[in-house]
Design a protein around this ligand. Structure first.
Ligand SMILES: [Zn+2]
Length: 237
């Protein structure tokens, strides 16, 4: 009998088994599956596809700041300008520059480049970052909020999502850039994006659809890769 149990134990790969847990998705409260990769525990929501690292791997504010200081981009770089231009090329057709005249870049980092580029497109844009521009916060309403490479760092993205929607005018737009995960555990393990220790939560377009619906908003477009545009739905206030 013990031999059979022993054999079963060595034939069964204990590591990386996907198992159902009692941990619920912090976005939609659906039960999650657990998996492990490189000694980090992840939870994968069966409802909205959201994946989050166990909170024990979340960094404190100072550690995050040290990490962000390592990869600052230059506003002069052509590559950086092209990078933001791709974002604007996707987002602005949904927004319509003629109808929109004020915006906020939330979590801009050191750079105000995206804000400047929006202003050049006729949309006056403020910028705010809790680490680099903490005094720029204004309690006012915006027609557009953009947030690039921010959501994957958030400990409580649903709270931030709700706070940003509250800053939007009715019918206003929230445009987010964060890499969408492949929604396949084996592919996820080979994916580069979670290797940054400050990247702790991962989305698919479905995660944003579910999240938006919880706040009476709706996804009006995604590029299938890393960009999503959400509209605060004035009919569902
Ligand atoms: Zn979920």
């Amino acid at each position: 009998m013990w031999t059979i149990i022993y054999l079963f134990a060595i034939l069964t790969p204990m590591k990386n088994i996907k198992t159902e847990t009692n941990i619920k998705c912090s976005l939609c409260q659906t039960p999650t599956d657990e998996f492990e990769n490189e000694d980090i525990l992840y939870y994968h929501c069966k409802g909205c596809e959201y994946i989050f690292k166990s909170p024990i791997y979340y960094s404190d504010f100072d550690t995050q700041k040290e990490r962000y200081n390592l990869h600052q981009n230059s506003d002069e770089s052509d590559g950086y300008i092209a990078y933001f231009q791709r974002f604007l090329d996707f987002v602005l057709p949904f927004v319509g520059t003629s109808k929109c005249n004020n915006a906020l870049d939330f979590g801009c980092g050191v750079s105000s480049l995206l804000s400047k580029m929006l202003t050049q497109n006729g949309i006056e844009c403020s910028y705010y970052d809790p680490i680099y521009h903490p005094n720029n916060y204004k309690n006012q309403k915006y027609q557009l909020i953009v947030s690039t490479e921010v959501f994957e760092h958030l400990h409580n993205p649903d709270e931030t999502f709700g706070e940003l929607l509250a800053l939007l005018d009715d019918g206003g737009y929230l445009a987010i850039q964060t890499e969408f995960h492949p929604n396949d555990i084996e592919k996820f393990k080979k994916w580069y994006y979670h290797k940054d220790p400050t990247h702790i939560v991962f989305f698919t377009p479905k995660s944003f659809e579910v999240l938006a619906s919880l706040f009476g908003a709706k996804v009006i477009g995604d590029n299938g890769k890393n960009m999503v545009v959400i509209q605060k739905d004035y009919r569902c206030k």
